[in-house]
Design a protein around this ligand. Structure first.
Ligand SMILES: NC(=O)c1ccc[n+]([C@@H]2O[C@H](COP(=O)([O-])OP(=O)(O)OC[C@H]3O[C@@H](n4cnc5c(N)ncnc54)[C@H](O)[C@@H]3O)[C@@H](O)[C@H]2O)c1
Ligand SMILES: [Zn+2]
Ligand SMILES: [Zn+2]
Length: 354
């Protein structure tokens, strides 16, 4: 085993700093992973890369970046109960205390322990390195049929979307509107297809992203963001609007469009984080009997269910990755993701790079 490794840090001025650090040794209940794929999330750009804006759970504490890691165990600390060297695993990206009510439900994302809740790539070292330490309780087994790049997508994006779609329920009765076609919006299209949605309409402002959504067959129609979006969506749905809408943009106008372009009795989920929205509760929600959900990441058990479904559906989340970079070019990877002119961007090693 090497003694030192390369790792990426985000100083907060739209740059990436590569440092040489010691390869850590796993403690009790921990494993050391050879990171194979580590993808970049919109949250990394919004809260860390440009400026350290995040607070609380989104506060970056100067650790190794990357909260979407997937890799292979190369060493175990004492006390591991299930996973062992050689296992292929996804890291659920928030390590909770394990004993609060939220953790016991599997939602370590909302762990209430100030002392023990630490997210990988935010408050504890993440996946933008050759190796990383993870706690065994945070691991999800990666099925043989899925690649490490597939797994990295599950760690945050696909897991988040699966949770949101479970809340609103998607089936063959539904036309779905997706506002924001970044990686989270693209994942929404991919999962809605497999869940049987009959028509998928996407909206974005970046033409590259609109094109990726159509080229990958994840949307049946895409619209450029604008003031007529509600009418345009209604025109595409027999005058009624969609049964289900998912906001993946965090934009105030797009959020309002998602709600207003949803028909009576419809359901909407907000996944995009930060920002604001202005709604008029009576016409926008109450009189049309609509339900609006918020959804934050997912649970460990739903993530396990998702990887099982991905195999059953032969759905490969890595298909929405448009660019792969070696670790030493992590700076280029973050800059590209920040430009928005891409699908998902991944930093990869070993077999995931060739
Ligand atoms: N709820 C959760 O648990 C959770 C988990 C992961 C990510 N997120 C959030 O989900 C969002 C999407 O993540 P991502 O990685 O795809 O980020 P992203 O920034 O790449 O995607 C956002 C997309 O919205 C588009 N957009 C901006 N304004 C728009 C408008 N007016 N109309 C339509 N589209 C518009 C952008 O062009 C972009 O393509 C981010 O806010 C991220 O922080 C939430
Ligand atoms: Zn994320
Ligand atoms: Zn907890």
């Amino acid at each position: 085993m090497k003694e030192t490794m390369t790792a990426a840090f985000l100083p907060g001025d739209s740059t990436v700093e590569m440092r040489t650090v010691t390869v850590p040794t796993p403690g009790h209940g921990e494993v050391l992973l050879r990171v194979k794929a580590s993808t970049i999330c919109g949250s990394d750009i919004r809260c860390i890369y440009h400026e350290h804006l995040g607070k609380g759970p989104e506060g970056y504490q100067g650790v190794i970046a990357g909260h979407e890691p997937c890799g292979q165990i190369v060493a175990e600390g004492p006390g591991c109960r299930r996973f062992k060297t050689g296992d292929r695993v996804i890291v659920y990206h928030i390590s909770g205390c394990g004993v609060c009510n939220d953790c016991r439900r599997g939602y370590m994302i909302s762990c209430t322990s100030q002392k023990y809740r630490r997210a990988y790539g935010w408050q504890r070292d993440g996946g933008m390195a050759e190796y990383m330490i993870a706690e065994e309780k945070d691991l999800i087994a990666l099925p043989d049929e899925l690649t490490y790049a597939d797994g990295a997508q599950v760690a945050c994006g696909f897991g988040t979307v699966y949770e949101g779609l479970e809340k609103i329920g998607i089936n063959g009765n539904h036309a779905v509107l997706i506002t924001g076609l970044g990686p989270v919006g693209l994942a929404t299209g991919a999962l809605c297809r497999k869940l049987g949605a009959i028509k998928i309409i996407g909206i974005d402002v970046v033409s590259e992203r609109m094109k990726i959504a159509m080229d990958l067959g994840l949307c049946d129609a895409v619209l450029a963001s604008g003031p007529d979006n509600v009418e345009e969506v209604k025109k595409l749905t027999g005058g009624f609007g969609v049964e289900r809408a998912v906001d993946c943009s965090a934009n105030n106008l797009a959020r309002a469009t998602a709600v207003r372009a949803t028909r009576k009795w419809g359901k909407v989920v907000f996944l995009g984080e930060g920002g604001t929205v202005e709604l008029n509760p009576s016409p926008d929600l109450i009189h049309d009997q609509k339900t609006l959900y918020g959804s934050w990441v997912t649970s460990t058990w739903l993530m396990e269910e998702l990887v099982e479904r991905l195999v059953r559906w032969n759905l490969h989340p890595a298909d929405i990755i448009t660019h792969r970079f070696p670790l030493e070019r992590a700076a280029d990877a973050y800059a590209l993701m920040s430009s928005g002119k891409c699908g998902k961007v991944a930093v990869c090693q070993d077999e995931e790079l060739s």
